[in-house]
Design a protein around this ligand. Structure first.
Ligand SMILES: [Zn+2]
Length: 262
């Protein structure tokens, strides 16, 4: 942690492990804080690393600090990311500008930032799931350990397009501005499915699109996380709608959240 070119000493709180104590020097209105590493053996949402040499699954909550006690709706962020050359990415965040390998996103609240992960990789494929000109637009961004893992069949693409259309028939309304299926196919990064308001961050085995058994095993993952955008995010159990990420959530309505979605 630095301020005005000087290194600041800081201390992790003895009880609240996500809290840091430091003295901000007088006259300083800007802290420069850098992390040595963004991935560890269990840094992905469901266990396992958040990155490999070919794939990144960036959940901003793992790299963000915010003022203690602030409401996440009240804090604004202007996120940016610098990716390895030639890597492509997917996220529900809106790109404001690019500068070489650096991508700058439009400002968002902390709530939206933490709800809008980014995936990126050397091997990337984008699949359009909405009809041309239809709003809101639905896109699938896929990254994988190798190029051949991205070989989604036309039958699968058609099925995911039908999935989007069927949610329109089932729910009758869409509450998001756009929707991204962020789909990572990797045996290197942590496997999980995480639902968000305008995206889902789903990781399946590297050969899911190539191996019929894996294909069947993971078939329910993307539809499930997509439906959570309505049931769980747009409509959210009161106990899970906390003002920030330090307030404990109360999950006694998760049986509705998960059971009805399933
Ligand atoms: Zn679920």
């Amino acid at each position: 942690m630095e301020a005005a070119g000087r290194t600041l000493s800081w201390q992790r709180d003895a009880i609240e492990m996500y809290e840091f104590h430091l003295k901000v020097p007088a006259g300083v209105d800007n802290l420069n804080i850098s992390l040595d590493a963004i991935t560890t053996l269990d840094s992905a949402g469901g266990g396992g690393p958040a990155a490999s040499s070919n794939v990144l699954d960036l959940n901003w909550n793992a790299v963000v600090l915010y003022p203690k006690g602030a409401k996440s709706d009240d804090v604004s962020f202007q996120p940016s990311v610098t990716l390895p050359s030639e890597w492509k990415f997917g996220t529900a965040l809106q790109v404001a500008s690019t500068n070489g390998d650096e991508v700058n996103f439009a400002p968002v609240t902390l709530t939206t930032l933490v709800d809008s992960p980014l995936i990126a990789g050397a091997h990337y494929r984008k699949v359009e799931l909405s009809k041309a000109g239809e709003t809101p637009n639905h896109v699938m961004d896929t990254v994988a350990d190798s190029e051949e893992d991205l070989a989604m069949t036309l039958a699968d693409v058609t099925a995911y397009q039908k999935l989007v259309a069927e949610t329109g028939a089932l729910f009758g309304a869409r509450h998001y501005r756009r929707y991204h299926f962020l789909y990572t196919l990797s045996d290197q990064v942590g496997g999980h499915g995480l639902e968000h308001h305008e995206s889902n961050d789903s990781v399946a085995a590297e050969r899911t699109l190539l191996d019929p058994d894996l294909h069947m095993l993971y078939a329910g993952l993307l539809p499930h996380e997509f439906v959570h955008s309505w049931n769980g995010k747009y409509r959210r159990p009161a106990g899970l709608a906390t003002p920030n990420y330090q307030e404990p959530m109360i999950g006694d309505l998760l049986w509705v959240y998960e059971g009805l979605t399933e």
